[in-house]
Design a binder for this molecule. Structure first.
Ligand code: HEM
Ligand code: HEM
Length: 128
């Protein structure tokens, strides 16, 4: 059975993909290359679609490859919540105010949320 964290990451990944692809298509239609809009497009696709799909699949597959239960479902759920607040915050701040303090804060939140994934994977691999 799929866990809540895996399901959440897979569903949010698909939603970011749709937004990211349409933003890319809009960029062609509007002749936008570079700048804040390209950054939002690149990171909706790479952090939103690609990374979150990897997180969702990894939380499901890694424990099965390793043959041990995931170290912590709670940490995975915390990762899901923080990663989404981080990305929505990053993109929202870029849209609203551009590069600045808010964007930096959400960027570090996003980066911090990745530590939860790293810790959980390492602990699972050590069968702890
Ligand atoms: C409907 C699909 C897509 C369209 C129409 C599209 C369109 C664009 C456009 C117009 C640019 C501006 C760059 C330029 O003109 O040189 C761009 C940049 C970029 N796109 Fe997409 N894109 C699409 C899908 C994706 C996907 C799926 C990803 C990642 C998984 C992605 C990642 C990027 C990145 C990283 C950049 C920045 C490239 C750089 O730094 O030069 N795009 N895209
Ligand atoms: C905490 C998460 C992340 C933050 C805060 C972040 C921040 C940034 C910043 C500040 C730039 C320079 C853009 C500019 O000055 O216009 C950049 C560029 C880029 N990043 Fe990230 N990044 C993150 C995660 C990622 C991830 C996970 C990937 C790939 C899977 C990625 C791929 C890229 C690429 C391809 C570019 C060049 C394209 C562009 O300039 O838009 N980033 N990122």
């Amino acid at each position: 059975l799929i866990s809540r964290a895996s399901l959440g990451f897979v569903v949010s990944s698909v939603l970011y993909m749709v937004i990211g692809l349409f933003l890319g298509a809009y960029m062609f239609s509007a002749g936008i290359a570079g700048g804040n809009v390209m950054w939002m497009h690149a990171h909706l696709n790479l952090v939103g679609f690609v990374a979150m799909m990897i997180f969702g699949v990894a939380y499901h597959a890694l424990p099965r490859f390793i043959g041990a239960p995931l170290h912590s479902d709670l940490l995975a759920e915390a990762h899901f919540v923080l990663a989404n607040i981080g990305l929505l915050g990053m993109v929202g701040a870029m849209l609203a105010t551009g590069r600045g303090t808010a964007l930096t804060a959400f960027a570090f939140l996003e980066a911090f949320s990745g530590l939860l994934f790293a810790y959980n994977v390492v602990m699972t691999a050590m069968n702890r």
